[in-house]
Design a protein around this ligand. Structure first.
Ligand SMILES: [Zn+2]
Length: 129
């Protein structure tokens, strides 16, 4: 669907990749079924790497965008290793929008564009480590 890549982060998918519901179906925790059974259809399914699928969980795409956009803040608050790596110049933070791979992917038959824009911090890791 997206050239064998995760619809969200764009990484190469490997055997065991997940199928995520773009619009969450919100499975019931202690019984069969879900709150939005009509969303359990092929048109709502996205190929995803395990980490994107697990982190997105039952969030909407905009909630997931907000989560990803907040990772730098969390790393600066909670990760000593991140802060040290940044001080040593291994990590350079940049301001950028969270744009999912499927929002930029262009195939011969389908083009999906972002519905909303969102600005947040991202990081670039220098190539020379
Ligand atoms: Zn991913």
């Amino acid at each position: 669907m997206y050239g064998g890549k995760c619809a969200y982060c764009g990484c190469e998918l490997h055997p065991g990749w997940h199928v995520d519901h773009l619009k969450p179906i919100k499975r019931h925790l202690h019984k069969e079924g879900c709150r939005h059974p009509k969303r359990d259809c092929v048109e709502n399914c996205m190929p995803a790497c395990a980490s994107c699928n697990i982190n997105k969980h039952s969030m909407s795409i905009e909630e997931f965008r907000k989560l990803v956009g907040g990772f730098i803040k969390s790393l600066n608050r909670d990760s000593t290793q991140y802060k040290i790596a940044k001080r040593y110049g291994f990590i350079v933070e940049v301001e950028k929008k969270v744009v999912f791979y499927f929002e930029t992917f262009v195939s011969s038959s389908t083009t999906i564009t972002a519905s909303e824009e969102n600005t947040s911090a991202g990081i670039e890791i220098p190539n020379k480590l």
